[in-house]
Every structure is written in C-alpha cells, then in structure tokens.
Design a protein around this ligand. Structure first.
Ligand code: ADP
Length: 766
C-alpha cells in the first residue's frame, strides 16, 4: 500500500496515478483514498490537519478506527461506501462528524470510484468543511424565529409594506390594534384605506396624508403621527404611528416600509382630560377673586394670577423676578419665614396670617395670607401655593369702626342728655347724665326694667307708640313723662325713643334720650297760673270799669244839669268870672261824660260782645261810612275800598272798628284833601285789612303807645278825642283772634299818611 506523500521533485512522477496523487496532496481540501476493502491507502496534508493525525500512522486503517468514540459516524461512511461499490461513480452527502480531538464539524463528502471504467479498485474522497456556513444558517434561522416571536409578541403593531406601499406582512398586535385580520390587510395600501380615519384634530384623513405616503413623499420617517379610527359605534381608537424605510445593507434605495402602531386611546383621552383639567385650573387660577401664586423653593414667584398682580400693582413679568420678601412691608418681613420650616417639615398644614405688602406705587396693602406646600411622591416640597386676599378696606373699615365706636362712647358719656339703650324693656346701657337725672348709679340701672323708674301715672304712656315703632309704622316718638328718682323725687323728662335695627332690619335695641324738663314744667305751671290769674283780674277790672262808668254817669249828669240850671237861673247875678268858671264845669262834665261813655264802650267789647257769624265785611263798612257821612262831606274826603271778603265775626264790633279807624283818618288829616282807602290782601290763613290815609302820619316811637287806653299824641285843642278809640280797636281785633298795628311814612319828614292794618283769621272758629 502506498501513501500520499508530499510533493516530490519534478520529474520524480512516474505514473498517471502517481501524478493524480501528487495533485491531491497539494489541494487545500482534506482528501483521502480508500481501497475496495475499506482500508485507507493515503491522505493528504489538509486531511492530516483536519483530523490531527499524521498520514503515516493512519494509512492501512479503516474508517471505524477514525471514530472509535462515534461508531455511528463510521457506520454512516461505511454504508455510503458500500452504496458506491454497488453503483460505482460519484457520490456526495453531508455528514456531521467529530474529529479525534472532539470538534464537531458539518461536512459534505464527495466521493468517486476509480478507475473510471471497469471494476472499481478504490475510491477518492474529498471533505468540505461547511461548519461555518451551517452555523451561520442556523443562527440566521434562529434569529429569524426569535425576531418573529418578538414581533408577534410585541404590543406594538407592525406592518411591512413593499415598494408600492401595499402591506405584505404584519404582526398580531397590528391585527388587534387595527381591528382587522392580517388576511384582510395583506395586499392593501395600508389600514387607513380600509377604515374611516381622522387626523389629530378630528378632521378626515386625506389619502395623501396616509402615513406611508407622507413618509415616501417627505423621504423622512414619521414619529408619533396621531391618527384616529372612527369606530362604527361612535368610539374612537387613537393611534400613534411611526414609520421607517427598509433598506438592504449598502443599498441607498429602499425596498419597503415598516410602520409601527401603538394604541394611545387611553393615553390620548387622559391627555385630553389632563389638558382640560389644566385649562380648568388655569381658568380658576386666573379668574379667582383671590390673588394666587406658586412660589419656588428659591422663594421666587413661579406663577402669579392677574388678581395678585392687581393687588400688588406689579405686572406679571415683574412679579416673576421677585420674592415675597422683596415686596413685604419692613415691619412684616419675617413673619412668614418664622413658620416656613414647620410647614416644610409637615408639622403644620398651612400658614395663615395677615401681613402688609408694599405695592409698586408705594401704597401699603393689608393681605390675608395663607400658604400650603405641594410635595412630590416622596414628600419632598416642590413648591408653595399661596393665596392673598386684599383686606385693606376691611382693615380701614375696622379702624374707622373702632374710631367711630370710641367717638360714640365719648358722645354717649359726655352728652348732657340722658341716653340709654333698652332691650326687652330693660336698661342695657346708660350714660352718666341719665344716672344723674334719675339719681341712680349705673350698676343699679343696668338690667332694671324701665317701667320701675317711671312715675306710676305715666307708666304706660309710651306703650302705644313703642308698638308702632317696633312695627315700623313710626321712626321715632317723643313724650313728656314723669320718672321717679331713687330719692322719691319726681322728674319730668322730654323723652325721644327710636329703634336701632341691624342691616337685615332686625331690632337690636331701643335708644332713648332723656332731657330733664322739670324746671320748664314748673315755670309752665307758674305761667299758666299767672295767666289764669290775669284773666280773672282782667274780667274783674272790666266788670269794675263797666259798673264804675255806668254808675258814674248818673251823678255826672246831675252835676252837668244842675250847673246849667244854675247858669240859666242866676245868670244876672253871676259876674264874669263865675260864668267863666261855670262854663269850665260844664265843659269838664261833658268831657267826663264822653270819657265815661268811651270807657263803657271799651269795657263792653269784652263783656257785651255778640256771637260770631259770617259777616260780609262790606255791610259794617257801609254803616260806618253812613255814620261818618257828615265828616266825610265836610272834609270833601275820597273813600275807596277793595272788594271785601266775608268773615266770621261780631258785625257790630267790626262796624265800630272800621268807624274808629276811618274816623281817625278823617280827624288826623293834613292840608291835602283826605284820601282814604280800605285795602284787602290774603295771607295764608288770614285776611289782612288796611285802612290807609294821607294824613299827618305818626312817629315810629308812638306805634305802640297809641293803642293804649287814654293815650293821645295831641292835646284836645288841636284834635278832639279821649284816646280810647284805638284801644277799643285793639280789643275788638284781639277778640277776633287777629292783630293790629300801624305803619306810617311820617318819619321821612314829609308826611305821607298812616296805615292801620288788622288781621282776621280765615277759619270760622276764632
Ligand atoms: P283819639 O282819637 O280820641 O285821640 P285814639 O285812640 O283814636 O284817640 O288815637 C290815639 C292817638 O293816635 C290820637 O290822639 C292820634 O295822636 C293818633 N292817631 C290815631 N289815628 C291817627 C291817624 N289816622 N293819623 C295820625 N294820628 C293818628
């Protein structure tokens, strides 16, 4: 047996067989030659290397000697050899072998018998080690399987498109998410062609915007394209679609596309809800009536609402550069900081306080401040939430209220009037003056029933009006009533009562103001008594005047008539002086008679007057003018009068009144022809009647005096008269409830006459 040997020197080759062996020996492929009986005739160098065995030690052995540990491999080769002997020619098969050093190899065996014709003598074999390739194939297969498993188990849907953008493959998740079986999807231009799809804003998705088309058009992969699938039931499935190009290694052009699809319906809904809640929060934050801020851990404002900007007078962007401390009032700098550590440590839930800030314009604002802290999942403070309420006005109001209360207290205490507050008929607050008026000490009055200090006879005089005040019918009421002092004395009070209600109109307390009018009451009583006394003595006087004048007439008449008789009978015996003296006596008696008659008339005004009845003023006027007709004619006087009213009066006395006034106007005439006018004017509740003349007039200093009994300005030589006429006028007018006075322009030097004016009440009940 020969063995394959390393290449010899050229020319050493002796036979064709030898040359073939030479060639085999050089080939880098493991080769062997076996005899018909199965023994190895030779192996080449590559074989030696593969099996780690020198040719010399193996030639002459059989295949079973090569695999002492693996007889099944040897059996395989032996069986194949037998096939070859039976059908000579060539043969190839793959076999997994194990080399003596234990390496497992995937191989392909090529074997051929020789010689090529006739009965074979042996065979030549070549071994191709395909281990690497087989491994690679396995790895690829396994990787593909793994990949498929991953793809199929993925939650993300995946769809593979070919170059013409038709679906060629997809995973289970894609079926689930899209809601169509792959069988329906395959071959279609994307799932969007099969379903009603909308864009993120809810509008229909046009064909050109289908994810794959958009990707191809832009040449850019898509990320997170939101597409909604409108479901038949009205529901919406929201998808996030990503796309990518499929390219072969080293190939710039793509052969297809892959798109991944995630169902983001829940997330989208949650996002929408979050957005909504954020918007709601924003709105609340912005519209809140309180100022609000989020404050960072560096104390800077992170977020402020409009109201806070208004309260502090800064614009938002200015605020965001500030810390609360920077705008705090110098006196309130640290009052928040004092509590911050406890708040952050969770020892207190919130900080609540009132403090001052300084506005941008320098004004001070009082703020009701409260603050909590927002924490992360681990309880670490993230930021602070602060709420600010402007209480400046409230603070001012409180201050003003305090001031006004103090003012009220002072007024209450210092008032000269007694003041008390009464609830349920009992004193609840009394001032010093009231204590003085009633003679009690404050604590003796408080809680005491008001009626206890009332005079027994006046106890209930306030009841009816108080009820009307409580029912809202009356605002306040006034009374004069008596109280009993502690010492038993009686005190008269002018009492004003009003009810103080709260803002809802509910009664709070009654307020009563007392003025001590005891003195006034006393003088009123005295005045009344004096008045009564005066009336009585006046009446007596009138009676006396009447009686006196009446009774004086008789003796006077006797004096006069006997003096005249004496004169007539003894005329011759009386000398000149005696006659002169007698004429004086007669003259005096006549004057006295006139005085007595006038006095009688005067006294009769009060005692002998008639009852009032409606009187047309013209009637007594005409009678007066008739009585005066001689004087009027003699003086050539012009008497005129206005249309005259009807009055309620004593007709006879009115005639007397007018006759006296017109008579005076005639008597006290000047050098001019007398012009007398009776004028009438209407004042609210009375008629005003004026008797105007153009006579000598009256000096103002006599305006009062002329109305008194027997008062005259002239002696009887100048103008006759007794000085009682105007006194009677005054008495008549006053009996009718009117007044009389004089106006004259004599003061101006040149006389322009006098006006005697009297009034008569319009009402008939004077
Ligand atoms: P007698 O007319 O009797 O003097 P009176 O009481 O009527 O008394 O008047 C008092 C006085 O008032 C008169 O004396 C006169 O001085 C003055 N007097 C009255 N009427 C007029 C008048 N019309 N013009 C000027 N003086 C008058």
């Amino acid at each position: 047996m020969r063995k394959l040997k390393p290449v010899k020197q050229p020319g050493e080759v002796e036979t064709r067989e030898g040359m073939a062996f030479e060639l085999l020996a050089r080939l880098p492929v493991p080769m062997f030659v076996k005899a018909r009986d199965g023994r190895y005739l030779g192996v080449n160098k590559a074989w030696e290397e593969m099996f780690g065995m020198p040719a010399a030690s193996f030639v002459g052995k059989e295949v079973r000697d090569l695999y002492p540990q693996n007889p099944e491999i040897a059996a395989l080769h032996a069986a194949r050899d037998r096939e070859l002997w039976e059908r000579p020619g060539a043969q190839s098969y793959s076999a997994q072998i194990v080399t003596p050093d234990g390496r497992r190899r995937d191989t392909i065996y090529y074997k051929a018998t020789y010689p090529s014709a006739g009965e074979p003598e042996g065979l030549v074999g070549a071994i191709f080690d395909v281990t690497a390739r087989a491994r690679a194939e396995t790895a690829l297969r396994e990787s593909e399987e793994r990949f498929r498993a991953v793809v199929d188990s993925a939650n993300e849907g995946m769809l593979i498109y070919d170059r013409s953008l038709n679906i060629i493959a997809g995973n289970r998740a894609a079926e689930r998410i899209v809601g169509l079986p792959l069988a329906q999807l395959i071959g279609k231009p994307g799932f969007t062609s099969l379903l009603t799809c909308v864009r993120a804003d809810g509008t229909p998705l046009p064909e050109a915007e289908r994810p794959t088309r958009a990707t191809v058009r832009s040449g850019q992969p898509l990320t997170d394209l939101r597409i909604g699938i409108q479901r038949a039931g009205g529901g919406m499935t929201w998808l996030s679609v990503n796309t990518a190009f499929l390219r072969r290694v080293d190939d710039t052009d793509y052969y297809g596309l892959v798109s991944t699809i995630t169902d983001v319906t829940q997330q989208t809904n949650a996002e929408a809800r979050l957005k909504e809640s954020e918007a709601r929060f924003r709105r609340t934050f912005e519209l809140a009536g309180s100022g609000m801020a989020h404050i960072g851990m560096d104390r800077r404002f992170i977020r402020v609402n409009r109201r806070l900007c208004d309260i502090l007078g800064y614009r938002e962007e200015e605020m965001l550069k500030l810390t609360g401390r920077q705008i705090s009032h110098p006196d309130d700098l640290d009052i928040i900081n004092e509590q911050r550590p406890s708040l952050h440590a969770g020892e207190i839930k919130a900080v609540r306080l009132e403090k001052r800030y300084v506005r941008k314009d320098g004004a001070v604002v009082w703020v009701k401040f409260s603050m909590t802290v927002e924490r992360d999942a681990h309880g670490k403070p993230l930021y602070e939430i602060a709420v600010y309420d402007d209480i400046t006005v409230q603070r001012d109001t409180e201050a003003r209220l305090k001031e006004s209360e103090a003012r009220f207290r002072q007024t209450f205490e210092l008032a000269a009037s007694g003041i008390c507050h009464v609830v349920d008929g009992r004193f609840v607050r009394v001032n010093r003056s009231l204590c003085e008026i009633l003679g009690y000490r404050e604590k003796e009055l408080l809680g005491r029933h008001v009626k206890e200090v009332s005079h027994p006879e006046d106890r209930d005089v306030t009841d009816a009006d108080l009820a009307r005040i409580r029912s809202g019918e009356l605002d306040q009421a006034r009374f004069e009533k008596r109280y009993l002092r502690r010492d038993g004395g009686v005190v008269w009070c002018d009492l004003a009562i009003a009810l103080v209600r709260d803002v809802f109109g509910m009664p709070l307390y009654e307020i009563a103001v007392f003025d001590d009018i005891t003195e006034r009451k006393k003088s009123e009583a005295a005045l009344h008594a004096a008045h009564e006394e005066l009336k009585r003595s006046n009446a007596e006087l009138e009676q006396f005047a009447y009686v006196a004048s009446h009774d004086l007439q008789e003796p006077l008449r006797m004096v006069a008539s006997y003096t005249q008789l004496l004169g007539r009978r003894y005329e011759a015996r009386l000398d000149q002086d005696a006659r002169e003296f007698m004429s004086y006596i007669v003259d005096g008696a006549t004057r006295m008679k006139q005085l007595i008659e006038d006095l009688l008339a005067y006294s009769r005004v009060g005692t002998k007057g008639q009852d009032f009845k409606p009187v047309a003023l013209e009637v007594p006027l005409r009678r007066a003018l008739f009585n005066l007709r001689a004087g009027i004619e003699e003086a050539g006087a012009a008497v005129t009068y206005d249309p005259l009213p009807t009055v309620h009066a004593d007709e006879v006395q009115l005639g007397q009144l007018l006759q006296n006034l017109i008579g005076n106007a005639l008597k006290f005439r000047s050098n001019s022809v007398p012009r007398i006018h009776i004028g009438v004017s209407e004042k609210n509740s009375e008629h005003q009647i004026e008797v105007r003349d153009n006579g000598i007039g009256i000096e103002p200093q006599y305006y009062e005096r002329i109305f008194m009994v027997f008062q005259r300005l002239h002696n009887k030589g100048e103008y006759p008269g007794t000085g009682i006429g105007l006194a009677i006028c005054k008495k008549v007018v006053e009996r009718h409830g009117g007044r009389i006075w004089v106006e004259s322009r004599a003061a101006q030097g040149e006389s322009q006459g006098s006006s005697f004016i009297f009034t008569l009440p319009k009402r008939g009940d004077n």
